[in-house]
Design a protein around this ligand. Structure first.
Ligand code: ZN
Length: 247
């Protein structure tokens, strides 16, 4: 197949991936009153963080309410008995405070009470060892995401895969030597595994907790979505991702 045709097909796929992700209605920040969800905040964020750094703790929580899926059940509702059995999840987060950006992942049922949440990424025109390097970073990102899981009555794990076929990918990403994103189209080929785990967090439907315009870090430093180069997934991250599997 001539290269130009490949490129044409790839452009169409990327346009489709981006359009599909933005099909859900956008939520504006003012449409969600975070105070309405104090009860949820109190259940998801540890008491020690709420007491010692209340503003940062609330910021790390309320960002994740800006989601096209306005469905926030009690954490105790996350149960195998409430699975909606969807095999693909898609919607929008509110990126840098106002831009709707897509999230998209597969839900694979290994058994009735065991699911894998999977994100597949295609790298556009990879150079040298790009694909191999990112396979290794994805393996490290899986470790980051699969440690300290929120305990529930079903098994779940995260899987991140580099795929060679853009038709099966959730995202087609261009690797660059110097870029800060956005996560759904451009990555820096030198990002650490932790930064990759943070970007995969966006693909799983989590927003940035820091102040994106000023880059001020006004969130919980131990959270993976607070800054892009350190921290770990938190209880609330797992809640906000897994609630989308419930009916
Ligand atoms: Zn980010």
């Amino acid at each position: 197949m001539p290269i130009s045709f490949n490129f044409f097909v790839l452009s169409i796929i990327i346009l489709l991936q981006s359009a599909l992700g933005q099909a859900a209605p956008a939520q504006h920040s003012e449409a969600v009153d975070p105070e309405k969800y104090r009860w949820l905040y109190e259940q998801l964020i540890p008491a020690q963080d709420r007491a010692s750094q209340p503003d940062r703790a609330f910021k790390s929580f309320r960002v994740h309410l800006l989601d096209s899926l306005q469905y926030f059940p009690q954490p105790s509702y996350l149960s195998v008995t409430h699975f909606n059995r969807k095999t693909e999840i898609a919607g929008n987060i509110t990126y840098i405070g106002f831009i709707p950006k897509k999230y998209n992942y597969d839900v694979i049922f290994n058994s009735a009470n065991d699911v894998t949440l999977k994100v597949k990424v295609f790298f556009i025109d990879p150079e040298g060892q790009d694909n191999e390097n990112f396979k290794a970073k994805f393996a490290q990102a899986e470790k980051i995401w699969n440690t300290n899981l929120l305990p529930l009555d079903f098994k779940y794990k995260f899987q991140f895969q580099v795929v060679n076929n853009p038709f099966v990918a959730h995202y087609s990403v261009l690797l660059q030597d110097d870029t800060r994103g956005p996560y759904d189209t451009q990555w820096n080929r030198n990002w650490s595994a932790t930064s990759v785990a943070h970007e995969l967090g966006h693909m799983l439907g989590l927003g940035d907790e820091y102040e994106t315009i000023s880059s001020e870090s006004d969130c919980l430093p131990k959270s993976l979505m607070c800054e892009s180069f350190k921290g770990l997934p938190t209880r609330s991250h797992y809640y906000f991702i897994l609630r989308r599997l419930m009916k």
